[in-house]
Ligand binder design. Structure first.
Ligand code: PAF
Length: 284
């Protein structure tokens, strides 16, 4: 039976006991509305840890004023059942007032890799993510923490934060999980109408096309970006926010594909903003 812990002090006490027994703690931070992507992170955590902690906390500080904090899906009953099935030992479910009590005012701000991609249209988003993840790491003290590649920039930001601040935790990036037709799993997919969902398949299709181009020897970043932009732009229900290619994991500008590069897209379908990405690798 999965244990649910809501208080920060109880969570600390539990972890203290676990550490006394020299057990390795795997941690999967989430905002709930769990899908197969999250469950894959949990199973991955389970395979290399003695104890798996998952947190469910819809973090207000990473949502902009006009974003979907209030509307964000909250599916507690389903989530707890899913955690249980995925072999999670403890679900940590802190309250907003305990995470951000009155008078709270300290932020973690990761530079260089947060200004581009999603950082451009979601100012403050990564500051909120880095801050809450730091707080969760301080409470849960995991040996390893698991994040999905779907939020590749988030992974880059957190890896940099851990390195820059000498945090004693390993960030593990787990590949994107997709529906059978290719749509990347996301809690926000539930917002899509049937037409928008069909239209959204253009994302995975154009990423696969880019991969095909690289496999055929194409190395020109502008060319690949334009092809992808053109494909997505041709879908009437798609409103492109960005199509970008950067070195991975540094997120530096590149002109040619050499080594690993991240092709990342953010596209709106109606009011729903979806992101997707692929890591392209030129094998000379
Ligand atoms: O990826 C998410 O769900 C969130 O950004 C995270 C890492 C749980 C922080 O709130």
């Amino acid at each position: 039976m999965v244990t649910v812990i809501e208080s920060i002090s109880e969570m600390r006490e539990f972890i203290k006991q676990v550490k006394l027994q020299n057990k390795r703690v795997g941690f999967v931070p989430t905002m709930g509305a769990l899908h197969e992507g999250h469950l894959t992170l949990m199973r991955e955590a389970q395979s290399v840890s003695d104890i798996v902690v998952a947190s469910i906390f819809v973090n207000p500080t990473q949502f902009g004023p006009n974003e979907d904090y209030d509307a964000y899906p909250r599916t507690w009953q389903e989530d707890i059942t899913a955690c249980q099935r995925a072999g999670v030992d403890v679900v940590f479910r802190p309250r907003v007032v305990d995470m951000y009590p009155e008078g709270w005012g300290t932020w973690i701000s990761v530079e260089q890799v947060t200004e581009k991609l999603c950082g451009q249209t979601r100012p403050g988003h990564f500051r909120g993510v880095a801050t809450v993840v730091t707080k969760l790491f301080n409470i849960v003290q995991p040996d390893k923490a698991f994040f999905g590649q779907k939020d590749a920039q988030q992974v880059v930001v957190l890896m940099k934060m851990v390195r820059d601040l000498n945090m004693n935790v390993e960030i593990v990036m787990v590949p994107i999980v997709r529906d059978e037709d290719g749509l990347a799993k996301s809690s926000r997919n539930t917002y899509l109408t049937a037409d928008q969902r069909t239209a959204a398949l253009v994302l995975s299709c154009s990423l696969a096309f880019a991969q095909q181009l690289v496999r055929q020897g194409q190395r020109d970043v502008d060319f690949i970006r334009n092809e992808v932009q053109g494909k997505i732009g041709a879908e009437p229900l798609a409103n492109v926010e960005y199509v970008e290619i950067y070195s991975f994991p540094e997120l530096q500008e590149v002109r040619t594909v050499s080594g690993k590069v991240l092709l990342a897209v953010a596209v709106k379908f109606g009011a729903t903003r979806l992101i997707d990405n692929i890591i392209l690798e030129a094998k000379e």
